[in-house]
Structures are given as structure tokens and as C-alpha cells.
Design a protein around this ligand. Structure first.
Ligand SMILES: [Zn+2]
Length: 117
């Protein structure tokens, strides 16, 4: 397990996240992932600590409102999000592009056909 730091572009939103063996990320072609350009990994909410910026973010909902698409009100960066898995556990979606000192070109990208789910 390794602790990464990350956040939005203007630095108002900062977090720490514990990720076990970050070698792969998910790229999804659904309506919002494709427009946002996310590379995602998922962790339990207990592995995520918002260090600053709780008042600096706002949340976008669409469809069934199941996923909290959280983004910085100032710079618009969507550095993380949240939602519940099938058993009700809160999971955090981490935008790996927003982590500090991660070379995303070294990661395996798993393409997910979310558009057709
Ligand atoms: Zn920002």
C-alpha cells in the first residue's frame, strides 16, 4: 500500500489516498468519462482523506444520481468522485491524472465499454 497525494489544478482541493499496487487504470467510454478524459482507479472511502477543499467543491449528478461527480468550483478539475458499490459500500473514484508524481504513461490502461452498460 502506498499513499499518494493529489488534487485539483488550482490547489484548493487536496487529498491523500492509499492505493495498493497502482499499475493499472480504467478508461471508460461512457458519456461523462469520455468527455472528462478520466483515468480512474477505485478505493474504499476509508482509504481517502480530503486534506482541504471541502467547501471548494460542488457535485454534478445525472441519470440515476448514483455517482457524485465532484469538481472544484474554481478550476473545474474533477480530481475525485464517489458512489456506492453493489453492496452499499462507499467507494471513491480517483482521477489518477490528478495524483502527484504519477507517470500515467507507465500504467496499463484497461478500456471499459461503459457506453453500452
Ligand atoms: Zn481547483
Amino acid at each position: 500500500m502506498k499513499t499518494y497525494t493529489g488534487g485539483c489544478h488550482c490547489q484548493k482541493v487536496r487529498y491523500e489516498v492509499d492505493i495498493d499496487n497502482l499499475t493499472e487504470v480504467m478508461s471508460c467510454n461512457c458519456s461523462i468519462c469520455s468527455k472528462r478524459g478520466w483515468l480512474l482507479t477505485f478505493v474504499p472511502s476509508s482509504s481517502f482523506r480530503l486534506l482541504q477543499g471541502a467547501e471548494e467543491v460542488t457535485t454534478y449528478h445525472f441519470n440515476e444520481n448514483k455517482i457524485n461527480h465532484i469538481f472544484c468550483k474554481t478550476c473545474g478539475t474533477a480530481s475525485y468522485g464517489s458512489g456506492s458499490d453493489s453492496t452499499g459500500n462507499v467507494m471513491m473514484a480517483i482521477n489518477v491524472r490528478c495524483l502527484d508524481n504519477v507517470d500515467t504513461t507507465a500504467l496499463q490502461i484497461n478500456h471499459v465499454d461503459g457506453k453500452n452498460f
